[in-house]
Design a protein around this ligand. Structure first.
Ligand code: 1GP
Length: 270
């Protein structure tokens, strides 16, 4: 957590010209302890934020246990760093943010939530319905809601199907421009361009460039990014944050994970 340094929203939007990396951890895909170990290794390799979520049907208890384990892991590392002359305590004080598939996947142990409108969904549930159900819990938990426009782009994967997305095609540059203007007019601060978890193709650079021309949005790009070259392409097109998820699940062990994330993170700062 980094509350003492200001809100999670300002941590995300105050980019200082850097592009940063998010590790997405799907609580459905490993035990809470493994999730915590993976998150800590990711931070060591250069990740600046942890997202928890992804699957559409993970129960609250699993999401919560995963958030608690990750927070404890990061706190222990922050404490260890504070005790060492060369330790960088701040590096470990990063937000753990819910990236929910719906109103069921919430936890008071998170620092914030991407409170999203799936803007190109044709289903009211993903435009406002799930949000309506989740809002009273978030209010009670005191978890910061990050106003986020979420756009699912081709190929879209499972989130495209489940979210009934009218997928943005690689040449829909005018449409993505209109969506990004709409996002600003709604007061959204973040715009997440998503190709779908495990996608064969990342979000089209043209779509990212088009969204980038709208002022006032911090742009998050994810889906199908596994290599440094793909991350670089997203950066050159205008992403402020690059998300990887499947890469973490596919890593053969923690050392492999560390190397893969370090490669992506170094491509972001080139
Ligand atoms: C999915 O954008 C994220 O919501 C990450 O996608 O799993 O393909 O990295 P990957």
């Amino acid at each position: 957590m980094r509350r003492d340094e200001g809100s999670v929203l300002s941590y995300i939007t105050d980019t200082k010209g850097r592009v940063r990396h998010i590790t997405l951890i799907d609580p459905d895909k490993q035990s809470p302890q493994t999730a915590s170990d993976r998150a800590c290794v990711a931070v060591e390799a250069g990740t600046s934020m942890i997202f928890v979520g992804g699957s559409t049907d993970t129960p609250d208890e699993i999401v919560h246990a995963t958030c608690v384990a990750i927070q404890e892991g990061l706190e222990l590392r922050a404490f260890a760093a504070s005790q060492s002359p060369d330790g960088d305590e701040l590096r470990w004080q990063i937000p753990v943010v819910l990236f929910p598939g719906g109103s069921h996947a919430l936890s008071p142990a998170a620092d914030a939530i991407t409170f999203m409108m799936l803007m190109n969904s044709t289903d009211r549930r993903f435009l406002v319905g799930e949000q309506l159900r989740g809002a009273p819990y978030l209010d009670k938990f005191g978890v910061d809601a990050l106003p986020t426009g979420y756009l699912v782009c081709h190929p879209g994967g499972k989130v495209g199907e489940v979210g009934s997305a009218d997928l943005l095609m690689p040449n829909d540059v005018e449409l993505v421009k209109a969506y990004s203007l709409t996002a600003v007019m709604f007061g959204f601060k973040l715009l997440y361009l998503e190709a779908g978890s495990g996608a064969d193709n990342q979000v089209s650079p043209d779509l990212i460039k088009s969204a980038r021309t709208t002022d006032g949005l911090t742009i998050i790009v994810g889906g199908g990014i596994r290599t440094a070259a793909q991350a670089k392409l997203a950066v050159e097109s205008g992403a402020d944050w690059v998300v990887t998820g499947t890469l973490t699940e596919d890593a053969t062990n923690l050392n492999d994970l560390k190397n893969k994330i370090a490669e992506i993170c170094s491509a972001l700062s080139e």
